[in-house]
Write a protein that binds this ligand. Structure first.
Ligand code: IMP
Length: 429
């Protein structure tokens, strides 16, 4: 059986929710492997809108859903999401949701630290979601985090809190924050523990058994490849590896289990938060992309920055994630543009580059080299076959494939799941 990893191939918000839902109907297990409740996945099923941040999309369809160890988990955010979904008629229970026992927790101290740092004027803002993602990952790597399994044993929890708070209280003093109320934090954790522990499982084993039993596994990436901690536009990135390779270490299943990597790619480019964005538009075209594409963040409601399609970046992320095929989304947002531009290279002081350099000062200085293409006046919204698309739109898609050196596996033409043109089935054996 084929196992599929879905990753965003730009800066996130590529429309992963719909594609993951579309694939999850045929998957047996759906696993999140990185990120936390900074993600915002919107699913539209039979006209009903579901917004997920932390839960794998499979929960909406009652599929076995897994939160892997690569995720950072805010237990209170998880419970409120479960409750909110319950209000929409989606029942989440330990029958359908598993959380890896070795998943690190996001605690209130992490959110406070994240926001305190973002509010400082002395250093440039990252533009985080303020959810404590970065500080939680720092504590994981710093070997002082509280993990899900620690909630089951009070003496272990005490040891973890001692180590964690020694570090945080020193840091907080420097930032002018009050020391953490240890007793209140411990009490809150003891209170939440019995609600979280029923979901805790050795996920690596469950995944291994599922694979041996021939189940189809869908790995659901969050954020996008350009926000990757190693390969993104550092430091304007998230704090996890968002590339497809993380699906393996983020769940405990080895890389040989991955058969297909689907990169989700928007037909233009957007970004939330700070950082370099070579093809960003500051003119009417940019405003138009934002309005037609409803480009506002699902989690923070922030306006997304918009720009032309950047083939250089997507070629790069297809390489770093080993993308087998892309799902191209939101093509209909480009309907009605007289001409379209695609970034095909960068100019750096008169020198042409075919990749984004690593150094931050160079990333900020490159300027896009554009190729112009004819637009189309017809509507592509809701197209379900190539024959429904105008010639100029087909040309645009074909040119993208050529430039990014990766084929289109799916084309999504509206938020509705059936408005999809399937070229290659990622789950095909
Ligand atoms: P953090 O993940 O909250 O630390 O934020 C770091 C950067 O990643 C910021 O630029 C955020 O706007 C961005 N980011 C985090 N999650 C998402 C997402 O789901 N979509 C798009 N951008 C995101």
């Amino acid at each position: 059986m084929a196992n599929v990893v879905v990753v965003g191939a730009q800066w996130g918000d590529e429309g992963k929710g719909k594609i993951v839902d579309w694939l999850s109907e045929r998957a047996d297990v759906i696993a999140r492997f990185q990120g936390g409740h900074n993600a915002g996945h919107t699913l539209v099923i039979d006209g009903k809108v579901y917004k997920l941040s932390l839960l794998p999309s499979g929960v909406v369809r009652g599929k076995m859903s897994v939160i892997g160890n690569g995720v950072v988990l805010d237990p209170w955010a998880l419970l409120s999401e479960i409750e909110r979904l319950g209000g929409q008629g989606v029942h989440v229970s330990p029958e359908t949701l598993m959380i890896a026992e070795n998943t690190p927790l996001i605690l209130p101290v992490h959110g406070e630290l994240d926001r305190a740092r973002e509010n400082q004027n002395s250093v440039a803002k990252i533009g985080t979601t303020g959810r404590g993602i970065g500080p939680a990952y720092e504590d994981k790597v710093g070997r002082r985090t509280v993990r899900v399994a620690d909630l089951a044993d009070e003496p272990t929890l005490d040891l973890r809190l001692d180590r964690l708070l020694t570090h945080h209280n020193a840091l907080r003093a420097g930032l002018g924050l009050e020391a953490v109320d240890r007793a209140a934090l411990k009490a809150a954790l003891m209170e939440v523990a019995p609600k979280i522990l029923p979901y805790a499982k050795p996920v690596w084993k469950v995944m291994h058994d599922a694979r041996r039993a021939g189940k189809r596994i869908l790995f659901e990436g969050a954020q996008g490849s350009l926000l990757d901690i190693d390969f993104g536009t550092y430091p304007f990135v998230t704090s996890s590896n968002t590339l497809a390779g993380m699906a393996a270490t983020g769940t405990g299943l080895g890389p040989t289990a991955i058969d297909f990597v689907l990169g989700i790619v928007k037909a233009y480019t957007t970004r939330v938060g700070e950082g370099p964005f070579p093809s960003e538009l500051f003119d009417e075209d940019g405003v138009r992309l934002g309005e037609r594409g409803h480009e506002f963040g699902t989690v923070t409601g922030r306006k997304r920055r918009c720009g032309w399609f950047d083939a250089v970046l997507v070629r790069q992320t297809c390489a770093t994630s080993g993308v087998s095929g892309i799902a191209l989304t939101k093509l209909d947002v480009l309907d009605g543009f007289k001409t379209l531009k695609i970034c095909v290279g960068y100019d750096l002081d008169g020198q042409r580059l075919d990749y984004l350099p690593t150094a931050a000062n160079l990333q900020a200085r490159v300027t896009p080299i554009y190729e112009e293409m004819e637009g189309w006046s017809e509507s592509t919204a809701g197209a379900r076959s190539w024959a429904d698309l105008p010639g100029a739109a087909i040309k645009y898609v074909r040119r993208i494939e050529e430039l990014i050196q990766c084929p289109v596996a799916l084309l999504s033409t509206s938020p509705e799941r059936d408005d999809t043109i399937l070229v290659t089935d990622p789950f095909a054996d």
